[in-house]
Design a protein around this ligand. Structure first.
Ligand code: ARG
Length: 566
């Protein structure tokens, strides 16, 4: 594919000696509307060197470039040089690539030879998998897919919260009040009940907390009873989580969670000691981070048991040794900002030059319209219930709109779950947002169903018009504004995927495919597609095919399916 931006960088470099290509590249902008061209270059930076006004420089540059054949025209507007790419060339480069690459259109191998770990979801065992977990789960899954698509060796890790003092509580509570059969019938709810009961009884009788600490220490020391109970709790909880992952089509390459590091921490604690970083404080061991304006990192409690931070430090070192990662990403709520800053600092103090390849990818909170997520109210909304509700509601809508649809149940799953995921990925990660059923399930506006529906519409047009990818198309027939608008968006999809990887922001893709769907529907309403004129029909169907392909790929990168009919 021609990289038009790179071509422009080269041309500017030819005229502007004083800037390097690397300096020119970030100056090039995508104008807010195509009336201002496909690309723009502001001349402000050159005023000093050229000893002329930026407006005059822009004008002279525009004149110099206007004969280049990749442009339809080049204009100056104030201090900007606006570049309009030659339409035929644009159409040709887009469709040559789409025909050649098909579903791989937009992919690349820029990540070749580089391993990127994406750690996401990581729920705590024996606790409900609730709506609060949805963000890490779907953002992480999408990033994982984006990195893969760009040729990275991406590894999805679920750092299960399957270790720590709360297991002391659970083991103790189970021994005292638990019943195996009851728990196996409804593991998460029953384990949660035990957990809640433990906490309320311990408020009355603080000695219970001693018992819990004792049992966690026993677990760490390998007491068989404790280990067997813990294994069982982990197994039945994981089965519950896997049901949700299956609904979302999510697969992990590794479930090495916190417990995985239980026998690997001694070495790291020793290393901290050897490097002179460990300090005693009230019988516990810490790394002092005061010089960096942070509270101390807790490494070991006074009873010798280890902590969340110890496990993260150990996990990072282990991952570096095992995977030799290029980046090690953690998709974890912004509430844990300090935790990540702190342990990554410890890694740095240990002298590991790769410390800053460990990157926390934070995100904001989600809440429900009726405020049911607030812990004060104490009500938990299970993620599985949200997904099931979405599927049920979608099925109702389908029954209304299209009762004769084949495979209604399957489509309702694809659309209902897709709708929830889409809304999660519609905004910048860091923003808090309120989950809305109406917005999520609407077939109109900027929603998953709307985009999926556009994809299905493309699909039926291709069927109806008997589209054949081997047909030769006269590209010059694609030239109306509505057509060129879509083609520009299809072209820019390549850039958008790379941007979303560089910023770790899947929502760039979400927004872009919404734009494609909107432009497509505008075209669909303005332009007959299955027309008498064979040549015209073939050309327009190719545009439909390109739209369908890019929407499907984009949805796929978000972790959303694209049903053929809906
Ligand atoms: N299990 C933790 C929680 O639910 C999230 C783990 C985040 N990952 C990490 N490496 N610390 O809050």
């Amino acid at each position: 594919m021609i990289d038009f931006k790179e071509e422009i960088v080269g041309l500017i470099k030819r005229e502007v000696e004083c800037l390097s290509k690397d300096e020119i590249r970030p100056l090039i902008e995508l104008p807010p509307s195509y009336e201002m061209g496909d690309y723009a270059f502001p001349a402000f930076r050159l005023a000093k060197e050229f000893r002329k006004s930026p407006n005059l420089i822009a004008q002279e540059l525009a004149d110099k470039f206007s004969n280049e054949e990749i442009f339809e025209k080049v204009e100056s507007a104030g201090a900007y040089v606006n570049f309009f790419i030659d339409k035929e060339r644009l159409v040709k480069t887009v469709f040559d690539a789409i025909i050649d690459k098909g579903d791989d259109y937009g992919s690349s191998n820029i990540g070749k030879g580089k391993t990127v770990i994406v750690e996401f979801s990581s729920p705590n065992i024996a606790k409900p998998f609730h709506i609060g977990h949805i963000r890490t789960t779907v953002i992480g899954n999408s990033l994982y897919k984006i990195y893969k698509f760009l040729g990275f060796n991406a590894i999805a890790i679920n750092h299960l919260g399957d270790y720590g003092t709360q297991f002391g509580m659970l083991i103790f509570a189970y021994k005292k009040w638990g019943n195996k059969e009851i728990i196996e019938k409804d593991p998460i709810n029953e384990l949660l009940k035990l957990y809640v009961r433990f906490n309320s009884e311990a408020d009355e009788n603080p000695e219970l907390r001693e018992e819990a600490r004792y049992w966690f220490k026993e677990l760490e020391d390998g007491n068989k009873e404790a280990v067997d109970l813990w294994k069982w709790i982990r197994e039945i909880s994981l089965k519950e989580f896997e049901r949700v992952y299956n609904m979302l089509n999510i697969k992990f390459d590794s479930y090495a969670g916190e417990s995985f590091y239980s026998d690997k921490m001694d070495r790291v604690v020793q290393e901290l000691e050897d490097k002179g970083l460990l300090k005693e404080s009230d019988g516990a061991y810490i790394v002092d981070l005061e010089p960096y304006g942070m509270p101390p990192a807790l490494i070991k409690k006074s009873d010798g048991s280890t902590l969340y931070t110890t496990r993260d430090i150990t996990a990072a070192i282990y991952r570096k040794e095992k995977y030799d990662f290029y980046k090690n990403l953690y998709v974890v709520a912004s509430q844990q900002n300090l935790h990540f800053k702190s342990w990554i600092k410890v890694i740095e103090l240990m002298g590991y030059e790769w410390a800053n390849d460990c990157v926390h990818i934070p995100f904001g909170m989600v809440s429900l319209e009726d405020g049911t997520l607030s812990t004060r109210k104490g009500r938990v909304v299970f993620l599985e219930d949200v997904l099931n509700t979405a599927v049920d509601k979608t099925l109702e809508i389908i029954e209304e709109r299209n009762p004769d649809l084949a495979n209604k149940e399957k489509v309702a799953k694809q659309v209902g779950i897709g709708a929830v995921v889409f809304q999660e990925l519609f905004n910048q990660r860091i923003k808090d947002y309120v989950f809305s059923w109406d917005r999520t399930l609407s077939f109109e506006g900027e929603t998953g169903p709307y985009v999926q529906y556009t994809h299905a519409r493309c699909n039926s047009l291709l069927e109806k018009g008997k589209f054949n990818i081997d047909n030769k198309v006269d590209y010059s027939l694609l030239k109306t504004d509505d057509e060129i608008n879509i083609i520009r968006l299809l072209y820019n999809f390549n850039r958008v995927v790379i941007d979303s990887m560089e910023k770790n922001e899947p929502y760039f893709i979400t927004r872009h495919i919404v734009e494609i769907a909107k432009s497509f529907n505008k075209f669909y309403n303005s332009t007959p597609i299955i027309v008498e004129n064979e040549e015209l029909k073939k050309a327009r169907l190719l545009l439909v095919y390109g739209t369908k392909t890019v929407i499907k790929t984009g949805l796929g990168l978000l972790g959303i399916e694209a049903p053929q009919k809906m």
